[in-house]
Structure formats: structure tokens, C-alpha cells
Write a protein that binds this ligand. Structure first.
Ligand code: FAD
Length: 517
């Protein structure tokens, strides 16, 4: 590593391309912090882990990492730094599971709060007409799943991967194949406890401190640290029919997806993905999926360079087992996929929800998990999706995608619309996610630079105003770009920043506001 001018992150806009920063703890402030007492502990050594994330591109070394054991540990450190006021430049970042992509949970020379250390309150379940579970915000969704299932319950809305924290996904949105029905995870929260950027501990919900509640949900960690959350639950299914079917025609694919998300009687999970120039794909699936018609499927050859795969799931309980196949057949009838390419599988609910973890284990074995991940997530309005597909799949991403490319629609007219999450203006929009992995130190097409150049081409195209495309898990370099991202929501977002985190101490890795000093 190398050292850079510390002004870099504190005062220079626009920010330029990141690299690796190493620094020693800067100031006497740290030695005075070291004298504070905590229920947990504050560490100045071995802080390297807090300078890493899943994206594996940004490495901003903090001065200290707080491992809190109580919510007061968090409010004490925030209040301490807040009270230093303009004499300090220290920033604070909550780190959930560190699965950000561009340093969003890092704090250069600041204090990182390791949220997974906070194991209070213990998970507590409230059974009744509207069951919910109260959890620490550092809890992983996979743990919540396992504990809820013991009571026959489960959260309603998920992410594709469950080894993420509640605080981390609620700071973004938490969008997956259930969001068309239940909204993203931020729509399925009854109450939060938040420590604001002034160090105040506040309970908030739709009824109480509503402005803070809406601010924090999808708020990119800008207004406070979520310490506790009450998550809505529903009766859990036991089993899942998991289904894939291919399309070579993009319009037929999206028409069917849109039909499915708007039907009253439909699947419980609706996603889809693009398959770019991949041979042997169906053979790969055969370990977990069975073709409905093996003879016909054996004859299917993908001559098209791009195929689109509808991925749906229907949940069921043991009582529903004797008619589930008929139910699924009914839902599939009338869809326009290529007949011979219907693939079915039956798995437990846990195996379905935790499916990406299986890939993680395989990739880890091959040393391909901890590689750079130049991911790009977009929200594309329905009216632009065909122009988008034509340019992106027709010109920019023709040969290979370097990883999965998800494409599925949601309808936000069923969502709560007062959170900080930024979405396109139209009700129906597509989540399009380029989940690329770069081969470390490759300078070829599968290397980081080449994939970033491709992403830039996609982003350049998406910047055309008439397309109305927004980034999800947004990442920008200048204040102007952030303003454009928030559009009409910018005034509210910046007003809230001023009231809840007036010194702009929190989540500096999002690079939206500059620490006041
Ligand atoms: P971190 O990376 O630790 O933190 C994210 C941001 O939130 C940071 O700015 C951090 O400071 C802030 N933060 C963290 N905890 C708190 C808190 N308690 N209070 C306030 N701020 C906090 N997203 C989806 O929506 N749908 C998906 O299907 C999906 N799949 C994914 C699959 C994989 C393999 C990965 C790596 C990511 C995926 N994501 C998905 C993105 C994921 O939701 C975000 O990256 C999320 O931020 C990760 O959670 P984390 O706990 O690792 O958060």
C-alpha cells in the first residue's frame, strides 16, 4: 500500500478513482478516545478487516474499530466525536457484514463500528395477528430465517443472499423476487431504534418520529446508526417448486414477467436473468433441475447468443402437496417460453432462500469469491427497458457478462413511497444487475479495468435523460451527480442530513456529504 494526502477524502470534490490507502492513526484525539470505557471495546490494532468489502476495490484504513456490546457504546462514541465539533475531522461508519461494493461501510482514518458485535437485544418474537421479530441491526438475515422457522414463521421479503445484516440491507432497500408483492425489505419493518449523528437514541416507526423512520430506510447510513429493528413475519412455507424456462425473444420474456407480477394468482417469487453466450448451461442445471420433457430438452441447442431465463418459485406446505403440481401447471399455462426448456426442481424453503450461499462455497473453494466485484445495479423504467436491452445486450455486453445478469420487474404502486430510496418515476421498473467478478491481476477482457470500462459504457448510455434510469446501491463521484440521482428528493434528503447528522460524520464511504470541519 501507499500513503496519500489525508485531505483527499475530507475536502476535495470531486472524488477521483479509489485505490488502496494505508495510514497510521492520525491524532491525539485517538489517544483521548482510547481512555473511554465501553461495554465492548475499541481497537486501534488489527483494523485491516474494516478496510475491506465484498467489492474488493476500496481499502480505506480506519483509525479504530469499535466492537460494541451495548447500544450505549454506540451513542457514547458518536456523542464523543459530535461534541468535539469542528475541531475534529473524525468520521464514523457502521459496518454490517461489509458486503458493500465501493467502500460504503469504510471510514478513512475514522471509526468503524462493527455491528455484528452488537448482540443485543436477543431476537424476540411477537406472535399475534401481525407477527414480528425484534432483532439487533447487526444480525444476519440467515440467522433470522433459522430462528423464525422454529416458530413456523419467516420474514416476507428477502435479498438473493442472506449473509448480510439487517442494518446493511435496510440502509439500501433489500430487493429480491418477493418485492413485486411485499415491497422491498424496507417496506416490511414496523419499528427501528436509531442512534442519530448527534448521539441520540431514538425509537421510530410510522407513528412515532416518522420523519427519522422514513429517512433511515434506504438512507444509505446518512442519518443514524440503526441498532434495533422489528421485522414483519408471515407463516412460513416448508417447500418450494423452483422453476426456470428460457426465451430467445426479449419482448416475450418481459411480457410474461409483467403479466406474472400483475396477476392476483401468481408465483411467490419472480425473477429472471440474461444468459450471454454460454454453452453447456443446461447440462450445468441438470444437477439441480429436471427438464419437464427430457427428450425434447436434449434436442434444444442454443444457437442464439443471448437467451433470457424466467425464474419463478411457488411455495407450499405439506397440506398443499397433492395439488401443487396442478397449481404450477396452471400458472405456467399461457406463458410463451421455449417449450422444451422448462426445468423444475423441488427444494426446502431454506435451501431455496439460501441458494447463493451454495455458489459462495463453490467459488471459495476455487479462490474465486474474494476477487474484485465491479457490480452495477440499475433500476430501468418499463418504458425504457427495450431501448436499454437493444443497446446493452445488442452492443455493449455481447460476448460475455463475467457473471449473472439479473432482470426482473417490480411494481412500486404497491410499495410505501416515503422512504429515502430513489426509484424511477414510473410504477413498473426493472432491476437490472450486472453481478460481475473480475479475475485478479488479469489485464484481459476478464480483468477489472476491462469490466469497469464496459460498466462506464452502460452508465454513459443510461445517463440519457429520457430513459429515466436510476442506480440501485448508487455510487457517484460528485455532489452534482448525487443531486441528479435524488432529483426532487434532494432537498428533503439534505434537510434531513442537517437535522440528524449536522456534522456529516456518518457513513463517509457513501461520499454524499463532506464532513464539516
Ligand atoms: P455493509 O456493507 O456493511 O453496509 C452498507 C451501508 O450501510 C454502509 O454505508 C454502512 O455504513 C451502512 N450500514 C451498515 N449497517 C448499518 C446500520 N446498522 N445502521 C446504519 N447504517 C448501516 N441487495 C439487494 O437489495 N438485493 C439482493 O438480492 C442483493 N444480493 C446481494 C448478493 C451479494 C452476494 C452481495 C454481496 C450483496 C447483495 N446485495 C443485494 C447488496 C446488499 O444488500 C448491500 O451490499 C448491503 O449493504 C450489504 O449489507 P451489509 O450488512 O454487508 O452492509
Amino acid at each position: 500500500g501507499f500513503t496519500i494526502n489525508r485531505d483527499y477524502l475530507c475536502s476535495d470534490y470531486p472524488f477521483t478513482t479509489p485505490t488502496i490507502y494505508h495510514s497510521s492513526a492520525p491524532s491525539t484525539l485517538c489517544s483521548s478516545m482510547a481512555k473511554m470505557t465501553f461495554d465492548g471495546h475499541l481497537s486501534f490494532d488489527h483494523v485491516e478487516n474494516a478496510a475491506k468489502d465484498f467489492g474488493n476495490r476500496y481499502h480505506l484504513m480506519p483509525s479504530a474499530v469499535l466492537h460494541p456490546k451495548s447500544v450505549s457504546d454506540i451513542s457514547n462514541i458518536i456523542r464523543y466525536i459530535f461534541d468535539l465539533g469542528l475541531t475534529s475531522e473524525l468520521t464514523i461508519a457502521a459496518r454490517g457484514h461489509g458486503h458493500s461494493l465501493q467502500g460504503q461501510s469504510q471510514a478513512y482514518q475514522g471509526v468503524v463500528i462493527d455491528m455484528e458485535s452488537l448482540q443485543v437485544p436477543e431476537m424476540s418474537f411477537h406472535i399475534g395477528e401481525h407477527p414480528f421479530v425484534q432483532v439487533s441491526a447487526g444480525e444476519l438475515w440467515i440467522n433470522i430465517l433459522h430462528e423464525s422457522l422454529k416458530r413456523g414463521l419467516a420474514p416476507k421479503s428477502w435479498t438473493d443472499y442472506l449473509h448480510l445484516t439487517v442494518g446493511g440491507t435496510l440502509s439500501n432497500a433489500g430487493i429480491s423476487g418477493q418485492a413485486f408483492r411485499h415491497g422491498p425489505q424496507i417496506d416490511n419493518v414496523y419499528q427501528l431504534q436509531v442512534v442519530t449523528g448527534r448521539g441520540q437514541m431514538v425509537t421510530c416507526s410510522e407513528e412515532e418520529n416518522t420523519d427519522l423512520f422514513h429517512a433511515v430506510l434506504g438512507g444509505l447510513g446518512q442519518f443514524g446508526i440503526i441498532t434495533k429493528a422489528s421485522i414483519a413475519l408471515e407463516p412460513a412455507p416448508r417447500m418450494v417448486k423452483w422453476i426456470r424456462a428460457l426465451y430467445s425473444d426479449f419482448s416475450m420474456f418481459t411480457n410474461d414477467q409483467e403479466h406474472l407480477i400483475s396477476s392476483a394468482n401468481t408465483f411467490d417469487y419472480i425473477e429472471g436473468f440474461a444468459i450471454i453466450n454460454r454453452t453447456g448451461l443446461l447440462n450445468n442445471w441438470r444437477s439441480s433441475f429436471n427438464p419437464k420433457d427430457p427428450v425434447q430438452a436434449g434436442q434444444f441447442t442454443s444457437e442464439d447468443k443471448i437467451l433470457f431465463c424466467l425464474e419463478v418459485a411457488k411455495y407450499f406446505t405439506p397440506e398443499e402437496a397433492d395439488h401443487i403440481d396442478q397449481d404450477v401447471d396452471n400458472l405456467l399455462s399461457g406463458l410463451n417460453y421455449i417449450g422444451s426448456t422448462l426445468f423444475l426442481s423441488e427444494v426446502t424453503y431454506v435451501d431455496f432462500l439460501d441458494r447463493v450461499h451454495v455458489s459462495e462455497i463453490k467459488l471459495r473453494e476455487k479462490g474465486l469469491w474474494e476477487v474484485p466485484h465491479p457490480w452495477l445495479n440499475l433500476l430501468v423504467p418499463r418504458s425504457s427497458i427495450h431501448e436499454f436491452a437493444q443497446e446493452v445486450f445488442g452492443n455493449i455486453v455481447r460476448e460475455t457478462s463475467h457473471g449473472p445478469v439479473l432482470i426482473y420487474p417490480v411494481d412500486k404502486s404497491r410499495w410505501k413511497n416515503r422512504t429515502s430510496l430513489v426509484t424511477p418515476e414510473e410504477d413498473i421498473f426493472y432491476l437490472v444487475a450486472f453481478l460481475s467478478s473480475a479475475i485478479p491481476s488479469s489485464t484481459g477482457k476478464d480483468g477489472l479495468e476491462s469490466i469497469l470500462t464496459r460498466n462506464d459504457r452502460i452508465l454513459d448510455f443510461c445517463a440519457r435523460p429520457h430513459l429515466g434510469i436510476k442506480q440501485y446501491l448508487p455510487h457517484y463521484s460528485t455532489t452534482e451527480e448525487w443531486r441528479a440521482h435524488f432529483g426532487t428528493q434532494w432537498d428533503v434528503f439534505s434537510r434531513r442530513k442537517l437535522s440528524y447528522d449536522p456534522l456529516a460524520m456518518l457513513a463517509p464511504g457513501q461520499r454524499i456529504f463532506r464532513r464539516s470541519h
